[in-house]
Ligand binder design. Structure first.
Ligand code: ADP
Length: 227
């Protein structure tokens, strides 16, 4: 669960990036976050990851009150969150399998578990045939599937996808959202930041619009793909 209660963020430069924002995303929700450049979307993501602190207000993420969370506990918070970036951020010298296994190796997961878990998440994103390929041998859509598998491998409660379709052909963007929707249906909360109004209209669901640091719209709409 993610909850922002009367949260404001003012950067040292004096910019008010978020202004008295309140928002609740329950476990199991799927929400699109939309808003133009500079609206405050990245600031919200940074707050959730505790990369920055709120200037005022309360941020709660997956049971952690972030204003009270000690520094040494931040990795524990972050392990409950999977992140997918616009630019994939895969390690070029590692295969698909290794890119995903790496996440578990750095937290000293048992080898036996890694050998079971990694093929499982690779199959969830439909890339069994590419497990031994390197990132530069994959299409944009495939790279993003790897990044989604990597975000999932730790079994996070929440996935934050930050413009996940930004570097992908429009036709394949729909598949990426379908994949995130499928993951959400299995119980993971998904927060997807996007600029792509067509995608949002197509899928519908909860849309949160941030404009100049304020939530100006937060409602569930029907998608054009329904019915
Ligand atoms: P978005 O992700 O929606 O494009 P941001 O959250 O990045 O918006 O930015 C919100 C506002 O805060 C913008 O006016 C931006 O210029 C400003 N901002 C973002 N990061 C910083 C920072 N580190 N220092 C000062 N101002 C910042």
């Amino acid at each position: 669960m993610v909850e922002l209660k009367n949260v404001s963020v003012t950067y040292a430069s004096g910019v008010d990036a978020l202004n008295n924002v309140s928002l609740k995303i329950n476990d199991g929700d799927f929400a699109f976050v939309v808003g133009s450049s500079g609206a405050g979307k990245s600031t919200m993501i940074k707050l959730i990851l505790k990369e920055i602190d709120a200037t005022s207000g309360i941020v709660t993420v997956n049971g952690y009150n972030l204003s009270k969370l000690r520094k040494r506990k931040i990795p524990e918070l972050r392990r409950t969150i999977g992140i997918v970036f616009q630019d994939f951020r895969l390690i070029p010298s590692m295969t698909v399998y290794e890119n995903i296994a790496f996440v578990l190796r750095v937290i000293d997961a048992p080898r036996k578990y890694i050998r079971k878990r990694v093929p499982y998440v690779i199959s969830l994103v439909g890339l069994q045939a590419k497990a031994n390929s390197y990132p530069d041998e994959l299409s944009g859509g495939e790279k993003q599937r790897v990044a989604i598998a990597r975000a999932l491998v730790n079994d996070p409660k929440l996935i934050i996808a930050d413009e996940p379709t930004g570097n992908i052909d429009p036709e394949l963007s729909y598949e990426i959202v379908e994949l995130l929707k499928g993951i959400n249906e299995c119980g993971t909360t998904v927060l997807m930041v996007t600029h792509e109004h067509d995608l949002v209209r197509h899928f519908g669901g909860r849309i949160i619009n941030i404009t100049q640091g304020e939530i100006v719209f937060d409602e569930v709409i029907g998608g054009t793909n329904e019915g």
